[in-house]
Design a protein around this ligand. Structure first.
Ligand code: SAH
Length: 363
């Protein structure tokens, strides 16, 4: 699978789109909002640029994309107007994702977003925000040298640039049979292959960003992570259940076993120690913060039941599943998946471990 071409969240505004099924990520963003705001304010106060250049990497499309921009612009604007009694800087906002992302939906939402920033026309001087879309992989250079002050990336960095090679032994047998990524029953070679891919990708991410940020520039990175062993529960639970739903499809003859064995996703949830090690090895950033938090049930919206959680996973997985299997299996698979999640989630609350990392470019 060519991740750069195939991978994207389900676009548009339809029932199964990422835009309508990303409230779990939204909840995560809210949980660390204070950290994002604290970081951007501190950066602004120490550098006071006339134009603040910001990038959101892996922005996807839907309400989360612009709500991140709104958080940042509002925080700086409020600080300027209320406390510093000066006008806001201009904002240059770069929205990045892979080329197949639904950039059109974001751009179409911009007029309403501007009106919202202007508080319905009630403000004399609304902050100037200039947008640009930047298609391409964040595992490589996206921006000119030292051109950015602040980088935000949420729920993108647990996606690898590719499914790790070496998931097959010499006899051509898939090592991670029936599973999609590192799972409780994966052999050590599979965990190792995934970790090596993460190491390679995250190092390249850091190297690229260190060239693009100004000295003292900051990054707030939010991604799924794990607190201990590679095979612990949490996000693994959702993959395990998906593997079980696939197994049911195999038993009923709707899907070939071989296609499930060869279906692997480019997903890896690192530990804090792994992140720390890679940041130190890169050497261009200081870790200002590295924390774990858990995204649990959201009582304020529909993330209560298996059905809506299945929709959330579908919005992320559907394009890849269609590419590997066929379109025909998607509805049946996710119906099965929703029923299984319902049964399990009635017994216990599943919390998804996540990491927030704040990095400061040190040289
Ligand atoms: N930031 C949004 C979207 C998260 S979904 C939110 O918090 O809700 C993760 C996004 O990362 C997807 O849109 C996916 O296409 C993007 N992504 C994954 N790998 C990427 C890469 N290598 N380069 C750029 N974007 C990537």
């Amino acid at each position: 699978m060519d991740v750069e071409k195939v991978f994207h969240m389900k676009g548009g505004l339809g029932e199964t789109s990422y835009a309508r099924n990303s409230s779990h990520q939204k909840k995560g963003l809210e949980m660390v909002k204070h950290i994002t705001i604290e970081t951007i304010i501190d950066l602004y106060l120490t550098s006071t640029p006339h134009t603040l250049a910001i990038a959101d990497l892996g922005c996807s499309s839907g309400p989360n994309t612009l709500s991140v921009v709104e958080q940042i612009v509002d925080a700086v604007d409020e600080r300027c107007c209320r406390y510093l009694l000066q006008s806001s800087p201009e904002f240059q906002v770069f929205l990045n994702d892979l080329p197949a992302n639904d950039f059109n939906s974001i751009f179409m939402a911009l007029p309403d977003f501007r009106a919202k920033l202007n508080k319905g026309g009630s403000r004399e001087a609304c902050p100037c925000v200039f947008f640009a879309g930047v298609p391409g992989s964040f595992y490589g250079r996206l921006f000119p040298n030292r051109s950015l002050h602040f980088i935000h990336s949420s729920f993108g960095l647990h996606w690898l640039s590719q499914v790790p090679p070496a998931l097959m032994d010499e006899s051509g047998t898939w090592l991670n049979k029936g599973k999609m990524c590192v799972s409780e029953s994966s052999p050590p070679l599979v965990s190792k292959a995934y970790f090596m891919q993460f190491q390679q990708d995250f190092s390249l991410f850091l190297k690229s960003r260190s060239e693009e940020l100004i000295s003292g520039g900051r990054m707030v990175l939010i991604l799924l992570g794990r607190s201990g062993h590679q095979r612990e529960m949490g996000h693994t639970f959702y993959w395990e259940m998906l593997a079980r739903a696939f197994a049911c499809m195999v038993s009923s003859g709707e899907v070939e076993e071989e296609s499930v064995d060869s279906y692997n996703v480019p997903f890896y949830a690192p530990s804090m120690e792994e992140i720390e090690g890679l940041v130190h090895a890169d050497g261009s950033f200081r870790i200002d913060r590295l924390e774990m938090f858990e995204i649990g049930r959201d009582d304020s919206n529909s993330m209560q039941d298996g059905g809506s959680m299945a929709m959330a996973v579908r919005a992320i997985q559907e394009p890849m599943i269609r590419h590997h299997f066929s379109e025909g299996i998607v509805d049946g698979l996710f119906q099965q998946y929703a029923e299984m999640l319902d049964a399990e989630m009635a017994k216990r609350e599943i919390k998804v471990p996540s990491l927030v990392v704040v990095l400061r470019k040190s040289k």
